[in-house]
Design a binder for this molecule. Structure first.
Ligand code: NOJ
Length: 561
């Protein structure tokens, strides 16, 4: 056991920022709780569930976007950064939510979506109006090539080209996502300062930080757009100015403020070395990043090409991130969010071992070093949904993929639907299952997307009343993060890295050593545990205590050695 507190910034209890001991809960407002019966969740719905969140024990709520939006991408296409969409409520409702959350010791972090706006944002309307517009250069406009085609061959994350020709001026604009989501030009200082001013106004209003949507895409490689090597693959990720922009943002937005803030940058394709730079506290960029390596391991050629999870690859990937950010920087920890399939269906067994596999993954994730994120419904073991036809799906990504795969690439509709069942984002977006009553207690109206038909069995009320409550297990994990310094800050070491079904690691500090063992399998684990536990104290497990038995299917245990 080594005490690294002398040379590591976050190992000494006093020096560690508050979010090293915090757990974040993500609310996807459309699908959380509907207070007015229009079938869409809203701010007053969230207010009505604050006691539930306080009982769970979370420190922070990250709100997916609630700003005015035409909702092509469920609010990730923002028309106005300074207001609330009427489907979610009003600014007064927002202020009330913020105050009531703060009363319960819960901070609110806003989604910051500034790689792109909606095409209905006034900035874009102005920009598209003429090539002389003072805001023309706020977005990426390019003339067609000589043959009339797009400036380069980049494709959008939601299928099809990343350029759309705009009739008004005969030029193309860039959109890395839907054509209704034009990319802002961060090379223009006016854009950057308009964004910073908007962020400052939200902080003045009392919010506690930002989750920054695809923030490593804001710095483009302009030379690839204009250069001879047109269409160069992923050239839009991590342009050379990215660190400069994030440092400038931090300075302009947070300097001189006293509050306890949290910033997390969503960064597809980020490497460990980059992440260490982004999260190095001396650099003042972001507190932590969302990386994607571990949630890409069950994807083949692309997202809708699911392949079986290789546990060895998953645990070695997460371990590399643990080690890579041990000296400098900080990890976020997540297996679920609004873009990912449900954890218990994806990496667990959502039929025979739903409770066991949900709690196994919870224990494994929450015992890593980093800030854990819980996505709504994860804490009651909600599962994927399998709608019978594509008509029931709502997500632009799944719908565009289905149309392209079936119509342009002639794939069999049933196999494309199968991929949407496995990987589609609507798995995470069906309404929160509160009760066994009508529409799972989510709304008194007709929900914008159907409720998962398993709600009579899987719902918060039933879970909390049960002897095997996933919610209660998350409560314990959250409490441990708050109270145990080794859980929050201890060193991580992966054991048995090449074992195909055993997930085992230790967390160590100068005062104790914890062992986590988890049997990621429908079969019992009959081998020897990697360390002697004969005198160890069992702190938490997801089966009735019988430490003499080998690990049962999906059993996970936390020992103090
Ligand atoms: C990442 C968000 O998480 C996702 O939901 C969204 O579609 C894209 N960024 C575009 O904003």
């Amino acid at each position: 056991m080594t005490d690294l507190s002398e040379h590591r910034p976050f190992s000494e209890s006093q020096a560690a920022p508050w979010w090293t001991r915090a757990v974040v809960y993500q609310v996807y407002p459309r699908s959380f709780a509907d207070s007015d019966g229009d079938g869409i969740g809203d701010l007053n719905g969230i207010r009505s569930k604050l006691d539930y969140l306080a009982e769970l024990g979370v420190d922070v709520v990250w709100l997916s976007p609630v700003y005015p939006s035409p909702q092509h991408d469920n609010g990730y296409d923002i028309r106005d950064y300074e207001d609330i969409d009427p489907v979610f409520g009003t600014l007064d409702d927002f202020d009330a939510l913020l105050a009531e959350a703060h009363d319960r010791g819960i901070r609110i972090v806003m989604d910051l979506v500034v790689n792109h706006t909606s095409d209905e944002h006034e900035w874009f309307r102005e920009s598209r109006s003429s090539t002389d517009s003072p805001k023309r250069d706020w977005y990426w406009w390019r003339k067609p090539r000589e043959d009339g085609s797009a400036p380069n061959g980049w494709t959008s994350a939601f299928s099809g080209p990343a350029w759309t020709l705009d009739e008004t001026t005969g030029e193309y604009y860039l959109h890395l996502f839907a054509k209704q989501q034009p990319d802002l030009n961060w090379e223009n200082p006016e854009v950057r300062h308009a964004v910073y001013a908007m962020m400052r106004r939200w902080l003045d209003r009392g919010v506690d930080g930002f989750r920054m949507d695809v923030i490593n895409l804001i710095a483009k490689r302009a030379e690839l757009i204009d250069g001879p090597e047109r269409g160069a693959g992923d050239g839009f990720v991590m342009g050379p100015q990215i660190h400069e922009y994030l440092r400038e943002m931090h300075r302009e937005v947070f300097d001189g403020r006293e509050g306890a803030y949290l910033t997390v940058g969503e960064m597809p394709g980020v490497s460990i070395d980059d992440a260490a730079l982004f999260t190095d506290p001396t650099q003042q960029e972001v507190d932590m990043v969302f990386q994607f390596e571990h949630v890409s391991l069950d994807q083949g050629a692309h997202k809708f090409d699911p392949i079986p999870l290789d546990l060895v690859a998953l645990k070695t990937s997460l371990a590399r991130w643990q080690v890579g950010l041990a000296e400098t920087g900080w990890n976020s920890l997540y297996l679920n969010n609004h873009d990912q399939p449900r954890l218990v269906s994806r990496f667990g067994n959502d039929t025979d071992y739903r409770y066991e596999s949900a709690t196994l993954w919870a224990l494994v994730l929450h015992l890593h070093r980093g800030t854990p994120y819980v996505y709504q419904g994860e804490e009651i073991g909600m599962t994927n949904v399998r709608f019978e036809s594509i008509e029931h799906y709502r997500d632009i990504e799944s719908l565009n993929h289905y149309r392209e795969a079936v119509e342009e690439f002639d794939q069999a509709p049933s196999s494309v639907l199968g991929a949407v069942h496995a990987m589609g984002r609507d798995n995470a977006r069906t309404p929160m299952q509160w009760t066994a009553g009508e529409q799972a207690g989510f709304t008194t109206g007709t929900p914008w997307i159907a409720v998962n038909p398993n709600y009579p069995e899987i719902n918060a009320e039933a879970d909390r009343a049960s002897g095997t409550s996933v919610f209660a297990f998350y409560q314990r994990l959250i409490e441990l993060r708050h109270t145990n310094d080794t859980v929050a800050l201890g060193d991580f070491e992966l054991l048995e890295p090449s074992h195909p079904t055993l997930y085992a690691f230790t967390r160590s500090s100068s005062s104790e050593r914890l062992l986590i063992v988890a049997n990621v399998s429908d079969d019992p684990f009959t081998g020897d545990l990697p360390l002697d536990v004969s005198t160890a104290e069992l702190l938490l497990g997801n089966y009735p205590v019988d430490a003499d038995l080998p690990l049962r299917p999906w059993e996970a245990r936390l020992y103090r050695l």
